[in-house]
Design a binder for this molecule. Structure first.
Ligand code: 5CA
Ligand code: ZN
Length: 421
């Protein structure tokens, strides 16, 4: 589907790529790359309702930093993101509000695109709706059944015949993937979170309680697609991202990203499915951003404690202040959205702007080097913002050698997505 469009960052003098990021799978800081001059990124997209809350925004701004870092090193990035434009919670919301689910998805995806543009989040090269990938998913599922890695579950009271599940024990025997190898969670934790995040451990007929759904056969009143031997139905959640990533990115691609609530089961099983289909790992590195809370609890559509980017914009907040409020927190930390945080960000943006007319406005090279160094250690945006603070205060080391590089506004925009001018 249509992506959005964000101004291309101005080219910067190339910085060396020393990036180390925290990989969920190994629990270590490591260089994520699979080559000196290319990188590929998949970030799980929204399920389009209640978009775009500050939790969503934080996730996409976090991964935008990674992309901007790579570009500043002269690395070509291919970026793919999905839209989960058919899924249980979306259908439930459409039903509850009397809107057609397609209309809800369309309208919310439009809002999301506008919010991403406002926040200067660089657009994906491939922005793909799940509804556009159903045929490919069906092929993958049929292949998994043929390979003995998936099975159909017979109908029970209230459930029709033929839902397809992934046989995770068979996949462990047949491939290098192991349960927990991506999420780095123990069995008890996985068992606890599975039902909270869309899993159905008690579905009769499953071989393992954690086996995830691959194909849901049609229920009355639900959207469904014709899919040959699978019958009419729709995809399970994890296989969608797996197939979309494979279609548009190398195998394996460099970084799989999303919020920490996607570690398990989503990224664990997306990886398992990809490897079960073609024998290769899904990604080299798995990055997870922290959860944003409001009023003491995770900001979520189900709890309804949301602050929306569009609401802030409507009341006249500048997107650059919202972005700065987000970047004031390390991407891996859990934090709370507050008005004070936004106020503090406004104040900092004003100080940076004032310094653009001061004596060190041309010190872009010094700011670039220091901010790039901060980002290279697990994308430390708070430290990069402190570089701007120090520059504005005139205390950043090296300011005297301003030289004739880019000006600071250009650097702040290209590297951090902060529009100061
Ligand atoms: N469509 C799926 C991914 S395939 C999904 O999780 N959609 S979502 O709309 O629920 O979330 C979109 C992204 O925002 C995910 O990466 C999720 O981890 C992240 N996210 C959701 N809530 C929060 C929150 N409160 N704080 C930080 N990130 C969040
Ligand atoms: Zn996903």
């Amino acid at each position: 589907m249509k992506s959005w469009s964000t101004p291309t960052p101005a080219p910067l003098p190339a910085c060396p790529d020393r990036l180390r990021v925290h990989d969920t799978a190994t629990g270590r800081l490591r260089h994520p790359g699979n080559g000196p001059d290319r990188a590929s990124l998949y970030v799980c997209g929204i399920t389009p309702y209640d978009a775009t809350h500050l939790g969503h925004a934080t996730t996409y701004v976090s991964f935008d930093l990674l992309q901007r870092y790579w570009r500043a090193c002269g690395i070509a990035v291919t970026y793919t993101q999905n839209v989960t434009d058919v899924d249980d919670p979306l259908l439930e919301r459409a039903e509850a509000t009397g809107v057609d689910w397609r209309e809800l998805a369309r309208e919310q995806t439009d809002l999301f695109r506008a919010d991403m543009e406002a926040l200067e989040v660089l657009a994906p090269d491939h922005y793909v709706g799940v509804t556009e990938a159903v045929g490919l998913v069906a092929e993958a599922v049929a292949g998994l059944i043929a390979a003995g890695l998936a099975y159909r579950v017979p109908g029970t009271a209230g459930e029709p015949d033929g839902d397809v599940y992934f046989d995770l024990r068979a996949a462990e025997r047949a491939t290098d993937w192991r349960l927990g190898s991506v999420s780095a969670m123990d069995a008890a934790t996985m068992a606890a979170v599975f039902p909270e995040r869309g899993g159905d451990p008690d579905r009769p007929g499953k071989r393992d309680r954690l086996d995830p759904l691959l194909w849901r056969v049609e229920r009355p009143g639900e959207p469904a697609w014709e899919a040959g031997t699978l019958g009419r139905g729709r995809p399970g959640w994890h296989i969608e991202c797996s197939v979309i990533a494979r279609e548009h990115l190398p195998a394996p691609f460099t970084v799989q990203g999303g919020g920490s609530d996607l570690r398990f089961p989503h990224h664990e099983f997306s990886a398992a499915h990809a490897t079960a289909v073609d024998g290769r790992p899904l990604a080299l590195t798995y990055l997870h951003s922290g959860m944003v809370a409001l009023d003491g609890r995770k900001m979520s559509k189900s709890l309804g404690n949301l602050e929306l980017v569009s609401r802030l914009r409507a009341r006249g907040e500048e997107p650059v202040a919202v972005r700065a409020a987000v970047l004031a927190h390390h991407y891996r930390s859990d934090w709370e959205w507050t008005e004070q945080g936004l106020e503090e960000a406004r104040r900092r943006v004003a100080a940076w702007r004032a310094a653009l007319t001061g004596p060190h406005a041309g010190a872009g090279t010094v700011v670039l080097e220091a901010a790039h160094r901060a980002l290279s250690e697990d994308l430390d945006a708070p430290a990069a913002l402190r570089v701007l603070d120090d520059w504005a205060a005139g205390t950043l080391p090296g300011l005297e050698r301003a030289g004739d590089g880019p000006d600071v506004a250009t650097v702040a925009h290209a590297l951090l997505g902060l529009r100061l001018r």
